[in-house]
Design a protein around this ligand. Sequence first.
Ligand SMILES: [Zn+2]
Ligand SMILES: [Zn+2]
Length: 155
Amino acid sequence: MNDTREMINCPACGQKMHKVFLQSGNCYLDVCVDGCGGIFFDGMELKKFDEKHENIDELKNELLNKEFVKTDDTQIRTCPLCGNKMVKNFVSAKKQIQIDECYNCGAKFFDHGELTKMREEYNNEEERRQDFLSRDYNEFYDMLSALGLQDGETF
Ligand SMILES: [Zn+2]
Ligand SMILES: [Zn+2]
């Protein structure tokens, strides 16, 4: 997906968002510097920055030592790119971070501080994958036990 060039308004507070260029991902992110400090990702941009080792210094500098307005994160937000209603979703296995997602164009919005929190949950993609895998396995195992099937029994 192409990087969006148009200026957008923040889905949380309505301020004009700033374009911040991130060298490591070679793309621009929309950041709500004058408003709530939220970060907007279009399409696949998030993949480039969701791990701790991926460099987001430009983003951190942009948000450093600033006061941000509080927003009501229970409010349904509208995707500034396509106008669809955004859906609240938990992005991490630990279920502590809730972001707004647009199922129409794939955009994601993080309130101030949420991206850093998410990045700190796992050191890398493999750790995250392992965590999800073990969860899936546990659910599968629970399902088998519920059916009265135990390890070693044949179907
Ligand atoms: Zn904002
Ligand atoms: Zn959208």
